[in-house]
Write a protein that binds this ligand. Structure first.
Ligand SMILES: NC(=O)c1ccc[n+]([C@@H]2O[C@H](COP(=O)([O-])OP(=O)(O)OC[C@H]3O[C@@H](n4cnc5c(N)ncnc54)[C@H](O)[C@@H]3O)[C@@H](O)[C@H]2O)c1
Length: 462
């Protein structure tokens, strides 16, 4: 551990992470504090210059300069450099060149899910603070590794679950829970939109700028697939962009080899809110069992898809997760995307568009106490733009060496639930979970799925 003020703060972070004792500023800081105390800009290295990186860099623009960009698709890296860095960033197809640089303060990891754990761990070991997109890992065991390295290095890692910084909607919902306005929570339901299926996708030649082998990285070596659907029109006759079906850019999320499908893609958002609510209500012990049903677009055998030429993640699902004390979390696919929090004194529904329910109505006559928001958020969240607020929170915590709102420890508690749902879906059976040892009870085949093999040359070295 570094022998500096920052090192001291980091050891506080370690203490908090290992004992569960919360640590945060005695006086909540606001975004205004952040801009006032700002004495310089952050030099940022970007790993993965795809769709979400553009939105994130746009949100953080007030505080960061992109000085280096890594992407295994050199066409994407060059386009990103021109659009977001005025062509001034250095560009590489090997992210390790960025981690070596001493002039870079923070790293943004925005690669597909199968390429999160390795660069995040290496970045922490290289002394960088990291904003990594959700879901943080592809497996439960990867989460154990990231948590261990975070404790040992004390680095600040924010996960890109920006719903945690959505004020007023999600943060007010959490304050209502924390203030006891719903009473004891008996059940939380996370409703997530369904995933797509597709016909067989033909093998194709990747573009010459696209290093497919390195894109696969730790995942098994397979051929690239791509099929561009026909142009379509919307209900007003306007031409829509043709749908690309592929196992690469953007559509990786429909393949268990690179993602957990909707269960982790959106589970990382809504199950996260559900688990945050349970934790604020005193339900800090992990789940004990998970069971339910899932429908896949292909046949599965021993937890693996039989056909390997089309999307394979669950298109429909309904899971119930049991917690001690007769508390349940339900994860289901539904069009009414959002989180329903059911307490013995009241129920609320919260989504990206609305916060409703009797306890919300009651706020007109009985508002929350002045410190209720800062109590759940630790700082004061910026109102309006949740992505910008989430970056502000990350950079505030980098400056102060404190735990961000989407820290790796709470993130993995909830992502374990999403990953367990995925394992249960793939095996087609219920699972019992020991949250203390983080093992599935009495099921060797399921336990083997807590980890994944890494392709030679892409192992995680620590
Ligand atoms: N927080 C949110 O709301 C949100 C929204 C969308 C996506 N995401 C997450 O962001 C991540 C990226 O999603 P996306 O939609 O931008 O995907 P994308 O496919 O558009 O972009 C990923 C980029 O990473 C690059 N890449 C892959 N391996 C790399 C490597 N080893 N080194 C450098 N670059 C590499 C790819 O070439 C690609 O350009 C995913 O984990 C996704 O879940 C989060």
């Amino acid at each position: 551990m570094k022998n500096t003020r920052r090192g001291f703060l980091s050891s506080c972070a370690t203490l908090a992470a290992t004992t569960g004792v919360p640590y945060f500023h005695s006086t909540p800081r606001t975004l205004a504090d952040e801009t006032q105390t700002k004495n310089g800009r952050f030099a940022l290295g970007l790993i993965g210059a795809g769709g979400i990186a553009g939105a994130n860099i746009g949100a953080a623009r007030d505080w960061i300069d992109i000085v280096a960009i890594a992407d295994v698709d050199s066409g994407r890296a060059a386009g990103f450099n021109a659009k977001h860095a005025g062509g001034k960033a250095t560009v590489t197809d090997d992210y390790r060149r960025i981690l070596e640089r001493r002039d870079i303060d923070v790293i943004h990891v925005a690669t597909p899910d199968h390429w999160h754990t390795k660069p995040v761990i290496e970045a922490m070991l290289a002394g960088k603070d990291v904003y990594c997109e959700k879901p943080l890992t592809l497996t439960i065991d990867e989460g154990k590794l990231i948590r261990k390295v975070q404790r040992e290095t004390g680095r600040v890692v924010q996960v890109g679950t920006q719903q945690r910084s959505t004020f007023p909607l999600f943060v007010t919902a959490m304050a209502l829970v924390a203030e006891g306005r719903l009473g004891r929570i008996k059940r939380v339901q996370a409703a997530i939109g369904a995933a797509p299926s597709c016909p067989a996708i033909p093998v194709a030649e990747p573009a010459k700028e696209f290093n497919w082998d390195r894109w696969l990285g730790p995942a098994p070596a397979v051929e690239y697939r791509f099929f561009q659907g026909p142009a379509t029109t919307d209900k007003d006759g306007k031409e829509k962009k043709p749908q690309a079906n592929t196992n690469g850019h953007n559509e990786f999320r429909w393949w268990y080899e690179y993602s957990g499908g909707k269960l982790t893609d959106w589970g990382a958002h809504h199950v996260d809110i559900a688990m945050w609510a349970l934790a604020l209500n005193g339900q800090t012990a992990g789940p004990t069992a998970i069971g339910g049903t899932a429908k896949h677009p292909v046949e599965f055998k021993d937890g693996m898809p039989v056909e390997r030429d089309r999307y394979n993640t669950a298109t429909e699902f309904l899971f119930t997760v049991d917690f001690p004390g007769d508390t349940q979390l339900v994860i289901r696919h539904d069009t009414d995307n959002g989180v329903l929090i059911e307490g013995d004194k009241g129920t609320i529904f919260v989504s990206r568009g609305k916060l409703t329910g009797a306890p919300v109505e009651a706020l007109k006559d009985d508002p929350l106490p002045a410190n209720a928001i800062a109590k759940v958020y630790r700082h004061m969240p910026m109102e309006g733009n949740e992505r910008k607020a989430h970056w502000a929170n990350f950079l505030q915590c980098v400056r102060s060496g404190t735990m961000p709102i989407s820290d790796v420890h709470s993130h993995m508690q909830m992502l374990n639930v999403c990953h367990l749902a995925g394992i249960s879906a793939r095996l087609g059976r219920s699972l019992k979970w020991d949250a203390v040892t983080e093992q599935i009870v009495g099921d060797d085949q399921a336990n083997a799925m807590l980890a994944r093999p890494y392709r030679q040359g892409y192992e995680i070295e620590m």
